[in-house]
Design a protein around this ligand. Structure first.
Ligand code: COA
Length: 347
């Protein structure tokens, strides 16, 4: 099928992954520094999570600026101009503006032709956004999309709660995708799940407020409570449901685990990465990990990991990547992708 046929509305164009980029806050916070604030230690955090440090946005560093920088790096990597983009989809749970952060990101990139909107699915956000953007390309409605994952959970943790504050960091990363011939399809399959019944184990809930407004009417002031998490339940969810979904995806696509070059999982905890890889029968050295440096950057972890591994030459053109995101909702999703972009070219 030609791109002409795609434009005329015929379905089933392929989706090619063409470029990646990332941007991180300049401020880095070590476990030792955190132990100056809460009763914790480098030893506890490293042995239970694998995290050594995380990046935190400081004064004058807005998340939208980080997201735009990641987006610019991804389109430069793909060799595209900003005005060739049709869509800027920003996965975030911590936007600078509750009305949506994506238009500011679009403006920061200079993607004037693109429609831009946010998608919220917590730590599954990037994966859900990638699959969503891919549908516009598959259908022929759009040709080029930028999928950004960006989060600033440092604004929403209770920095005095040692059970949660040690886990998270800030970051942004993006992937540039475009419609291609079906034979070159790089999104080989996907699966997505939600289970609101278990949602209470990980939430960033709206604060309950109740104030008098006028005679006979009341209103609820806006605001959110800090992240609330039952760590053990989230852990059990991740090590049971994520490998099960990935296994279904591998079966459905007729893919042998041995042919997966890299496992790129949401970076939440090293023990979760190892357990998922083990349950799938994939050697743990093929489960990419960078959470020692960045902690859990929520929607940014998967593209951040992809970008790092593409640029240092571990992921090469033609490599098969099994990816999974999971988190609040509960939500979880998996995708099987073939990288087709360039390697480490100057951004
Ligand atoms: N430093 C020191 N001690 C800590 C601590 C910290 N940062 N956080 C918790 N503890 C303490 C607890 O208070 C508890 O002490 P107690 O027994 O005296 O009450 C003890 O360590 C064990 O707590 P527990 O919650 O059982 O630890 P755990 O082994 O389950 O590890 C997590 C906690 C959070 C690391 C782990 O549950 C986890 O990674 N869960 C998944 C979380 C996640 O990935 N969330 C994001 C998903 S997108």
């Amino acid at each position: 099928m030609s791109l002409g046929a795609i434009k005329s509305g015929l379905p089933l164009a392929g989706v090619a992954l063409r470029g990646c980029g990332s941007a991180l806050p300049s401020q880095s916070l070590s476990n030792d520094q955190l132990s100056g604030r809460v009763d914790t230690s480098d030893e506890w955090i490293r042995s239970r999570t694998g995290i050594r440090r995380r990046r935190v946005l400081g004064a004058g560093e807005p998340l939208q600026g980080l997201a735009a920088a990641a987006g610019r790096a991804a389109i430069a990597h793909a060799g595209w101009s900003a005005d060739s983009l049709d869509l800027v989809l920003v996965a975030t749970s911590s936007p600078d503006d509750l009305f949506g952060m994506a238009p500011a990101v679009q403006a920061g990139i200079g993607a004037d032709r693109a429609v831009a909107f946010d998608l919220t699915a917590a730590c599954s956000g990037f994966l859900f956004a990638l699959v969503t953007a891919a549908q516009y390309l598959r259908s022929g409605a759009m040709r080029r999309a930028l999928v950004v994952g960006a989060d600033q959970l440092s604004s929403w943790v209770d920095w005095d709660d040692r059970r949660t504050c040690v886990l998270f960091g800030d970051g942004a990363a993006a992937i540039a995708i475009e419609a291609c011939e079906p034979e070159q399809d790089g999104l080989c399959g996907f699966r997505m799940r939600s289970d609101g019944r278990r949602g209470a184990v990980l939430q960033l809930p709206r604060q309950s407020g109740d104030e008098p407004l006028v005679a006979g009417a009341r209103w609820q002031p806006g605001g959110f409570s800090p992240i609330h998490m039952n760590g053990q339940e989230v852990y059990k969810f991740a090590v049971r449901d994520v490998p099960a979904l990935l296994r279904e995806l591998l079966e459905e696509t007729g893919t042998d685990a041995a042919s997966v070059d890299w496992l790129v999982l949401h970076q939440a905890n090293q023990r979760i990465l190892d357990a998922v890889a083990e349950r799938l029968g994939i050697p743990t050295d093929r489960a990419l990990s960078n959470l020692a440096e960045y902690g859990n950057t929520s929607a940014a972890t998967i593209p951040l990991m992809l970008d790092e591994a593409v640029r240092d030459g571990r992921i090469r053109s033609g490599h098969l990547i099994a990816s999974a995101g999971f988190g609040a909702g509960l939500s979880w999703g998996a995708a099987l992708m073939r990288w087709q972009g360039p390697g480490n070219v100057p951004a």
